[in-house]
Design a protein around this ligand. Sequence first.
Ligand SMILES: Cc1cc2nc3c(=O)[nH]c(=O)nc-3n(C[C@H](O)[C@H](O)[C@H](O)COP(=O)(O)O)c2cc1C
Length: 188
Amino acid sequence: MSTINNPVLEAIANRRTTRGFADTPLTQEQLDALMAAATASPSAINLQSWHFTFCSEQAAIIELEQEVNRLIMSGSDEGAKQRMMARNGKAFYNAPTVIFISSDAQSVWSALDAGIAAENLALAAYSMGLGSVIIGMCKRAFEGENGAVFAEKLHFPEGHKFSLAVAVGVPTVTKEAHPVGDNKITVM
Ligand SMILES: Cc1cc2nc3c(=O)[nH]c(=O)nc-3n(C[C@H](O)[C@H](O)[C@H](O)COP(=O)(O)O)c2cc1C
């Protein structure tokens, strides 16, 4: 148990995944802060292998959500089906803005770069009183038969593939901290 406290440690400790958002758009100020946080992320050899698509167009988000639903419900991944049904068919939870992180397909570290940027976004959202959820589930839509169409609609640069999404908005739900697994740290 650490006795040190500061705003960064507080944000790390208290950020939670948010799976419910108010119908409230993000302000330009909030969007600007999120863009700054995303692009400030560290990346391997500073290649900045990512591209961030800040999408607040509900029609585009819903169209993608429906495709994710269709692919999961017609597929054989029973766990994914259960999760989808438990979440009432929501992949993006009515978030006003979803940030899609696409990555240079040639970069070996791009998945890690994207993950680090996703956490920067989540912590930045928390610091502004917003909720966020990192989303991998929608990857299926980009790997399905209409993947290229969605990538184009979301302006992924040439040669980029989907890595992760982060949905951000005013939270309407709260959640407990996840239980920490056993034996996750070794001190030598
Ligand atoms: C790479 C990654 C992918 C994730 N994908 C999803 C997702 O598709 N849908 C979802 O609701 N949550 C997703 N999550 C959120 C995790 O379920 C969540 O972080 C975990 O349950 C721990 O809860 P906490 O974030 O509140 O600590 C993802 C998290 C990570 C890091």
